[in-house]
Ligand binder design. Structure first.
Ligand SMILES: [Zn+2]
Length: 251
């Protein structure tokens, strides 16, 4: 397929598991594709802007089984392309109830949902709040292979996590859950950045725990002037400000 600006061809992560990237705000967004014998699941098709026909063509270069979409959370850079895909007959099958994905036909509430796509185990699970009100992870398992997990923006590589809509303390716990599962995974695919491993998740969790403690202490010391803590937080100034803002608001 000819190269399309902003859309890389799908590359194989493992048998039946693929990923590509599209322009997605500050850093490229990762799009996942898990191919079963009956259906293929596209994980986070990308922002509203972009060449969605090229994305569909790239999927069709990999597989011609029925295509469905799962969203890891409700941010526009992950779900914006849903509307176009739905017009093309692609069903948006699953997102979290609190992710406000209006195009989704099914909403995850409690407990994991297993997708029956044929020959490969795909489980969509809410491990707790974190990056947003409604984050889910997509766990892919196949006999004889290590698992692969798509984490959306609960995990982010190369740039700081985004706290704008976050629940920072719950996020630390949710990262702990991801880490405790991660030993059996060969790859953890973040929403943005390169694939990572369990050690990366552990260090992201430690840093967030530290950021949380420093911010809470600063809020106890001076609730209206906690921004003094920004230079000593383990994140850039903008992310640090958002972290403090969310904690001050009680999240
Ligand atoms: Zn996000």
């Amino acid at each position: 397929m000819a190269a399309t600006p902003g859309l890389a061809p799908f590359t194989r992560v493992d048998d039946d598991v693929w990923m590509t990237t599209v322009d997605g705000g500050v850093t490229p967004l990762n799009i996942g594709l898990v191919v079963g014998t009956r259906q293929a699941v596209l994980i986070d098709p990308g922002p509203a802007e972009g060449d969605h026909r090229a994305l569909l063509a790239a999927v069709r270069d990999v597989t011609d089984v029925e295509l469905v979409v799962v969203n890891t959370h409700g941010h526009g850079d992950h779900i914006g392309a849903n509307a176009f895909l739905r017009e093309q007959g692609v069903e948006i099958i699953l997102a979290h109830r609190d992710a406000e994905v209006a195009t989704s036909t099914q909403l995850l509430q409690e407990g994991p949902v297993s997708l029956d796509i044929g020959g490969i185990d795909v489980v969509v699970e809410h491990l707790g709040r974190g990056h947003t009100d409604g984050d889910v992870v997509v766990v892919v398992r196949r006999e004889g292979h290590d698992g692969i997990m798509f984490c959306g923006d609960l995990v982010r590589e190369g740039t700081d996590p985004s706290f704008r809509d976050s629940h920072p303390m719950e996020w630390v716990r949710t990262l702990g859950r991801i880490w405790s599962m991660a030993g059996s995974f060969s790859r953890i695919i973040p929403g943005h950045g390169r694939p990572v491993d369990a050690d990366f998740v552990a260090s992201m969790r430690r840093r967030m725990q530290q950021g949380h403690s420093v911010s809470q202490q600063a809020l106890r010391d001076a609730v209206n002037d906690a921004t003094k803590a920004i230079p000593i937080l383990p994140y850039g100034p903008e992310e640090s400000r958002e972290l403090i803002t969310r904690l001050r608001a009680g999240h």
